[in-house]
Write a protein that binds this ligand. Structure first.
Ligand code: ADP
Length: 342
């Protein structure tokens, strides 16, 4: 091959947007572009001369050998240096061209979707199986021990309620994910918070938890009413559920001067409950994550509440933070953007 040929080859490989590697029939490295170096995680200072120096992944090296033997192009996916790569290997006359695309992000999303379907089916199975078993038991008990019918009907009602809550949360999450950002409606946040909190008073009384709101008379805001309600309802519900008898929940809404001088709205839900261990904190916003799955069988949580809250906050253009001390309590802070406040 002439020097001119070689430099034309190199130019061609370098002009390709994806990762590209060109090898001679004797496995000499004819050209490699920056994208390929990066995707294959080859240090800049590394001296690479042959295919064996760059195609370190055994499957990839095997594919190159196969393509050399058969002349048939091949596409494969490999996990390499924390990335998911799709690699296409083909012959270009007697040389081997390796094209590499980074599919890490798509792969992660596909994996999340698959996990979601598996988890959702698994979660749905528990109440459905319960309802089936209780229905069968009810038929027998109605004949033989009619006095036990009310007890079984009550349990049936609990399982049905659990199923309904789960389906409701799943639909909320799907709706949030598929829809774009929130509507822009005028909302009085102070009124909304007071109303949503008032609807939780019975739940708080049942748990012997004192519930209070600290808010200005009016806090005008422009954003999706439904999303705001979902955020407040879920945070307050958790603050009551993961509390202790005699505990408190304080919902504080305030307008704070932002660093740039623009006002920012802060919603802080603080409880005096069980708290969350530092190791668990990063995971609580994940779908289906529950700190104590055995306990949540009684409290009736779906593990979706905070995933829904986080999505809704993002749709409104805000952010959420959590601070907690095990055994002392937890505080969730939602910040809403200044440019959205009316
Ligand atoms: P769930 O439906 O189980 O409540 P969430 O997504 O709302 O699911 O919350 C996830 C987990 O985070 C809960 O199972 C609970 O263990 C923990 N958690 C949420 N809020 C609080 C809180 N205020 N105090 C203590 N733990 C909480």
């Amino acid at each position: 091959m002439t020097a001119r040929h070689r430099s034309r080859r190199r130019e061609l490989v370098e002009s390709i947007a994806q990762g590209a590697v060109l090898l001679s029939d004797e496995d000499q490295l004819l050209a490699i572009n920056d994208a390929a170096r990066e995707l294959l995680a080859i240090p800049v200072e590394a001296r690479v001369r042959s295919g064996a120096d760059v195609l370190i992944h055994p499957e990839l090296a095997g594919a190159v050998a196969d393509v050399r033997d058969t002349g048939e192009p091949m596409t494969l996916e490999i996990d390499h240096a924390e990335a998911r790569l799709r690699v296409n290997v083909s012959m270009l006359r007697d040389e081997v061209l390796v094209l590499i695309i980074d599919r890490t992000e798509e792969h992660r999303v596909e994996q999340l979707r698959r996990d979601f379907v598996v988890n959702a089916s698994h979660e749905l199975k528990t109440p459905v199986t319960g309802i089936q078993a209780l229905t069968e038991a009810l038929a027998v008990v109605a004949q033989q021990q009619p006095e036990r019918v009310p007890e079984l009907v009550a349990r049936l009602g609990d399982e049905a309620a659990r199923l309904a809550e789960l389906v409701h949360d799943l639909l909320d999450l799907r709706r949030l994910e598929e829809r774009g950002p929130s509507d822009r409606e005028r909302v009085d946040l102070a009124e909304l918070v007071r109303r949503v909190v008032a609807a939780q008073v019975d739940r708080a009384d049942e748990s012997v938890v004192e519930l209070s709101v600290e808010a200005p008379v009016e806090v005008p805001f422009v954003g999706g009413r439904g999303d705001l309600e979902v955020v407040v309802r879920n945070l307050v519900r958790n603050a009551i559920t993961y509390n202790r008898p005699g505990g408190t929940v304080v919902v504080a809404l305030r307008v704070v001067p932002h660093v740039q001088g623009e006002p920012q709205i802060e919603l802080v839900v603080t409880d005096s409950g069980m708290g969350i261990a530092p190791a668990e904190l990063p995971r609580i916003f994940e779908r289906f994550y529950r700190v104590d799955p055995a306990r949540s069988r009684h409290t009736g949580g779906t593990g979706l509440g905070l995933a829904i809250v986080r999505h809704a906050v993002e749709q409104i253009g805000g952010s959420i933070e959590v601070a907690s001390r095990l055994g002392e309590g937890t505080s969730f802070t939602v910040r809403l953007p200044a440019e959205r406040s009316a």
